[in-house]
Write a protein that binds this ligand. Structure first.
Ligand code: GSH
Length: 214
């Protein structure tokens, strides 16, 4: 039996939710972290000494780190669907997973913290402008890739679309000036048609507004 631990409002938990729902993998979901607490419980720290969510347990296997979780689920339950066995095809996907985590996600999540999670009276407009520009530069890279392909790693939906696609809901919900990006917008519309995307990613976040505690 698979158990996913972590609050649905966490973007890293949402990636894990999406891959499980996309592949229709039966699982139990336990809300943890944030207002739910529980990250300092000894039994949780035994699974993840970092005390962070998401954590996935699959019988005796425990996986931490959202990227490791999406790769693990895809390898176990989506081989040939989301995760090819051919090393070259797999690398074509893997490179976008790495890029998303190291390059796209940092300015995007920092912008979310400074604009959404920081109370208005504590916001720094110059920093927000800088983070907005830094995020736009990375979304432009996606736009350049999507000019040539329907999805990030080619013409079919793949694991590469999951971490990067996760950022889109919050990106388009944030009140910022952003240039039109026709292909990113077309890709977002395609992802929104997937029931697993709706269920896992399109989750309003009122409890995070003005909240810097976790
Ligand atoms: N690199 C880790 C980051 C994990 C992380 O920072 N998780 C946050 C939620 S996004 C967390 O546990 N925050 C504490 C809390 O929710 O209480 C991953 O990708 O899983």
């Amino acid at each position: 039996m698979i158990t996913l631990y972590g609050r649905r409002s966490s973007c890293n938990v949402q990636k894990a939710m999406w891959v499980l729902n996309e592949l229709d993998v039966a699982h139990e979901h336990i809300e943890l972290g944030g207002d739910f607490g529980g990250l300092d419980a000894p039994e949780f720290l035994a699974m993840n000494p970092h005390g962070r969510v998401p954590v996935l347990r699959d019988d005796d296997v425990v996986v931490t780190e959202s990227d490791a979780i999406v790769r693990y689920v895809a390898a176990c339950y989506g081989e040939g669907v989301l995760w090819p066995t051919d090393p070259a095809q797999r690398a074509a996907i893997d490179q976008w997973l790495g890029w998303t985590t190291t390059t796209l996600q940092p300015p995007w999540i920092e912008l979310f913290w400074r604009l959404v999670r920081t109370p208005v009276e504590k916001q720094n407009p110059k920093l927000i402008a800088r983070l907005t520009a830094a995020s736009i530069a990375q979304f432009q890279s996606l736009e350049a890739q999507l000019v040539h392909h329907a999805y990030i790693a080619g013409e079919a939906f793949s694991l590469a679309d999951i971490p990067a696609g996760m950022t889109l809901y919050r990106w388009f919900e944030m009140e910022i000036d952003r240039p039109a990006m026709r292909h990113v917008e077309r890709w977002y519309e395609a992802l929104q048609e997937r029931p697993a995307y709706q269920a896992s990613i399109c989750i309003p976040f009122p409890e995070l507004v003005g909240k810097l505690e976790y």
